[in-house]
Design a protein around this ligand. Structure first.
Ligand code: ADP
Ligand code: MG
Length: 320
């Protein structure tokens, strides 16, 4: 038995009631939403392709979670409050177990952050999931990449590198501890903390392609550089269990973390720590913005550390 495109949408993706600001959701030619006055609309879109963005053995619920999570992470890095989403689904076959799992993973995360799925597209082809999210932020308050200035303190959330460590294990065919595998399959977008940062932090980026690569993008956009104390980057128990130089390579160059990296004026540092405590989120100060371009890595004793960890580039052949 095969469901039609319309059956799939009706059975798995049309969920009522409509959330806040939704005039018209799934079912018409397009959705209608009402942004709040005085706030900027914040839009982001990310695609996951099987085999490239998630291993082929990834559970459908985890794919549904991750497809939305990576988008919410982009909104978090702008300091935005998520509101609406669109889902473009390309499926090789109609597999109802897969659709059930996928939609469960997607809607569970959507529900946690008040996101309403208002539309999308469903078609046949190699498994590909594209999500677009729309959120809002008070006008002028968005956390842009180009707002870092010399003297600001640099922070990162969580323990970067875990997802890349998990992926290495998966690709090597090893059995990966389930809590570690979750760091790859179930990233937690820092949505609430990101909103707290709007108005406290200056520049922000989410770490999807490796900490140094993404920090590099932020610094380049801001026209400055930074000193990074690599020993100040929090190390998870899994990374503490491996060789120091490998652990550093994962922390600095691993992808798929979806943590936030951001810069803060000295007089806001205490307020940022307080916001993190309120959110129950661990953050760490990892360095300082400097006027000269480039990232200068140092160890805890101040000695220079030569980091050779390029980030991930889908059109290059580099893998950090
Ligand atoms: P059209 O014929 O105009 O392209 P579609 O048949 O693609 O319309 O979609 C019908 C309705 O279902 C639209 O409101 C569309 O936004 C929605 N929709 C299609 N696929 C999905 C999906 N995967 N998730 C949520 N809504 C979807
Ligand atoms: Mg359509």
């Amino acid at each position: 038995m095969s469901l039609s495109e319309f059956d799939i949408i009706a059975r798995y993706f049309r969920r009522s009631p409509a959330g806040s600001g939704v005039e018209l959701g799934v079912g018409d030619d397009a959705a209608l939403v009402s942004p709040s006055p005085g706030r900027s609309l914040v839009l982001a879109m990310d695609t996951l392709v099987e085999g490239r963005h998630f291993p082929a053995d990834t559970r459908p619920a985890d794919i549904g979670h991750k497809a939305l999570a990576v988008n919410l992470s982009d909104l978090a890095a702008m300091g935005a409050e998520p509101a609406w989403a669109l889902l473009a689904l390309t499926l090789p076959t109609v597999d109802e177990d897969w659709l059930r799992g996928f939609s469960e993973g997607f809607f569970t995360l959507a529900g946690r952050f008040g996101v309403t799925l208002v539309g999308g597209d469903t078609t046949r082809g190699p498994l590909t999931v594209t999500v677009q999210v729309l959120g809002q932020v008070a006008a002028g308050r968005a956390l842009r990449r180009d707002a870092a200035r010399p003297g600001q303190h640099l922070f990162v959330t969580g323990t970067p590198g875990d997802a890349a460590l998990a992926l290495e294990g998966v690709l090597a065919g090893e059995s990966v501890a389930s809590a570690l595998r979750e760091r790859l399959d179930r990233p937690e977008p820092r949505v609430v903390f990101g909103q707290r940062l709007a108005g406290l932090a200056c520049a922000a980026i989410d770490v999807s392609d490796g900490l140094l690569a993404d920090l590099g993008h932020l610094l380049e956009a801001s026209g400055c550089g930074a000193r990074v104390d690599v020993d100040a980057i929090p190390r998870s128990r899994w990374l503490r269990a491996i060789d120091d130089s490998r652990a550093l390579a994962f922390q600095l160059g691993g992808g798929d973390d979806y943590e936030l990296c951001f810069s803060v004026d000295a007089d806001q540092v205490e307020a940022v720590h307080e916001a993190a405590r309120d959110c129950g989120l661990a953050i760490a100060e990892i360095g300082i913005v400097e006027p000269q371009p480039g990232i200068r890595c140092v160890r805890a004793d101040g000695s220079p550390f030569e980091a050779v960890v390029p980030g991930f580039d889908h059109f290059g052949d580099r893998r950090g």
